[in-house]
Design a protein around this ligand. Structure first.
Ligand code: F6P
Length: 363
């Protein structure tokens, strides 16, 4: 009897449960067993955190947001900060312990569903400890380099677009400027896609440092054309020319590897208010972009990724990540998949479209 173990790591994304469903069902139909590890690698440390996933257990989870296994973005087994009794932080490497348990339990392969952080940990387990690993690309940010799309992104863009649609009516009623901060870390995919679809006047993304005067010019220009309101979409990682990205307080959370971005929307709103004297409000969409039921597109993509991962396990393609290329399922090495992040290219057709329909990027 072959046994697989699946884990979900990093920030959650709509579609995680659909991946779990497809892995469990595909494996079951091959006569294999699947075990789920709670919150990343916990199941390989504590048997209580390991759960047998049967078809009955995963029935009806495809449409659910979140992950039935739980997730964490603070659990790097190669450098786990632990607070001792004296209140000091010690960095422990527990990767060998995890690898020993993995081997003892006789798993054929670990299916690691994650973004670049979790997939990099999976890569290290494969390269440094010899763990047979297959990666599945997840993130609402869509910043994984070696796949055309990650699941979760389409749902996040739909949520953000829906919010922009709603903001149009209130902005128009009050002749206001509405500044909306969206997620995406150092990439502007969510801002770009939702901004175009949701009729933004201005989109600010990390890939194009902006000049706040240009942004205000565009807003004032709206007035000349009889439009007395404006919608500005700002990616959390966007920055003004010559400035640094804005971080949130509390970025030093125990075990957190990435800084928490946030605050640029409020900064942009304040500058617009002062420079244009327009009534300006800002809001942060935040984790609402990560929640809820996955769109049909994300469900289908997640189900395909899950089934493809099991296919790859059968073929022994360890150390690889399943990827979407030209509409098909392909595999790329985890090394390739994690070597850099996918950013918005200045020649991207969506960017050109946005410019051609009059959207300002502040450059
Ligand atoms: O990577 C996904 C993401 O939602 C980013 O867009 C965002 O910056 C970050 O995670 C937020 O992390 P947390 O869940 O720790 O607040």
């Amino acid at each position: 009897m072959k046994k697989l173990i699946i884990s979900t790591g990093g920030g959650d994304a709509p579609g995680l449960n659909a991946v779990i469903y497809a892995v469990v069902m595909s494996a079951h139909n091959k006569g294999w067993e699947v075990y789920g590890s709670r919150c990343g690698y916990k199941g390989l440390l504590d048997p209580e955190e390991l759960t047998r996933l049967t078809p009955e257990k995963v029935a009806d989870i495809t449409s659910l947001g979140g992950t039935i296994l739980g997730s964490t973005n603070k659990g790097n087994p190669f450098g786990m900060p632990v607070e001792n009794l004296a209140g000091e932080i010690q960095i422990l490497d527990i990767s060998d312990k995890i690898m020993r348990n993995f081997t003892r339990m006789g798993f054929l392969c670990h299916i690691a569903v994650g973004g670049d952080g979790s997939l990099d940990i999976a890569r290290r387990f494969y390269e440094e400890k010899g763990m047979p690993v297959i990666g599945v690309p997840k993130t609402i940010d869509n910043d994984l380099y070696a796949t055309q799309l990650t699941f979760g992104f389409d749902t996040a863009v739909s949520t953000a677009t829906d919010a922009l649609d709603k903001l149009h009516s209130t902005a128009k009623s009050h002749d206001r400027v509405m500044v909306v901060e969206v997620m995406g870390r150092e990439s502007g995919w969510i801002a770009l896609n939702s901004g175009i679809s949701g009729g933004a006047d201005v989109i600010l993304i990390p890939e194009i440092p902006f000049d706040i005067d240009k942004v205000c010019e565009k807003i004032n220009d709206n007035d000349l054309h009889g439009k007395h309101y404006a919608i500005v979409v700002v990616a959390e990682g966007a920055k003004a020319m010559g400035s640094q990205v804005i971080h949130k307080e509390g970025q030093g959370e125990l075990g957190r590897e990435e800084v928490l971005l946030g605050g640029i929307g409020e900064w942009v709103a304040k500058e617009i208010r002062e420079r244009t004297e327009k009534d300006t409000r800002s809001l942060v969409l935040g984790h609402i972009q990560r929640g809820g039921s996955p769109t049909t597109f994300d469900r289908l993509l997640a189900l395909r990724f899950g089934a493809a991962a099991v296919r790859m396990a059968g073929a022994g393609l360890f150390g690889h990540m399943v990827s979407l290329k030209a509409g098909d399922m392909e595999e790329v090495t985890l090394e390739e998949a994690t070597k850099k992040r996918k950013m918005v290219d200045t020649n991207d057709d969506k960017l050109l479209t946005a410019r051609e329909i009059g959207i300002c990027f502040g450059d």
